[in-house]
Design a protein around this ligand. Structure first.
Ligand code: S3P
Length: 174
């Protein structure tokens, strides 16, 4: 389909935003980060949305953005790690998108976000344990809702993008 979006799903800290930005530049696509869209609309940061209104309100905002993005074209979309929890979100994003799962080990994720304070769901003493627990819970969702999986564990963003580009070009998936 002409103008198909590339939708990146995967756990927090797997590199969706960094990879997505580079991928968009290579493809000359617009880059959209769902979390930034939500923050811009709400006028406050995600941590504040969670603390003031709760996770369920955040999920509603997230679904609203999915609706809007179902009509987008030629975009690389970095989703929030929890977007896969709602089937309707994925249906909307798939309307004009190919879904790539950016897969990474808990250790890879931990290295990326060990000092991060912007992800409310990971603010606890034992971050690695929390990552492992949440990832285990969500694994079946990430695995069943993607068109192509890329394991980026141990790769830097540049290497990950090169791998993705070679598949996109080779299989003409867009
Ligand atoms: C979340 C992931 C975050 C953000 C929010 C909730 C999740 O996005 O949407 O903190 O439930 O996994 P990133 O995956 O970009 O960190």
């Amino acid at each position: 389909m002409d103008g198909r979006n590339i939708v990146l799903i995967g756990f927090m800290g797997s590199g969706k935003t960094t990879i997505g930005r580079k991928l968009a530049a290579k493809l000359d696509y617009r880059f959209v980060d769902m979390d930034i869209e939500i923050e811009t609309k709400a006028g406050i940061k995600i941590t504040e949305i969670f603390s003031k209104y709760g996770e369920s309100e955040f999920r509603k905002m997230e679904s609203k953005i999915c609706e809007e993005l179902s009509k987008a074209k030629n975009c690389v979309i970095a989703t929030g790690g929890g977007v896969i929890k709602n089937d309707k979100n994925m249906k909307l994003l798939k309307e004009n998108g190919v879904v790539l799962y950016i897969k990474a080990t808990p250790e890879h994720v931990y290295r990326n976000i060990k000092n991060d304070t912007t992800r409310p769901l990971l603010q606890c003493d034992d971050k690695l344990a929390k990552i492992k627990e949440l990832m285990e819970e969500r694994k079946p969702l990430y695995e069943s809702r993607n068109d192509i999986t890329f394991d980026v564990s141990g790769l830097n963003a540049k290497e990950a993008v090169e791998r993705i580009m070679s598949v996109i070009e080779g299989d003409s998936i867009l």
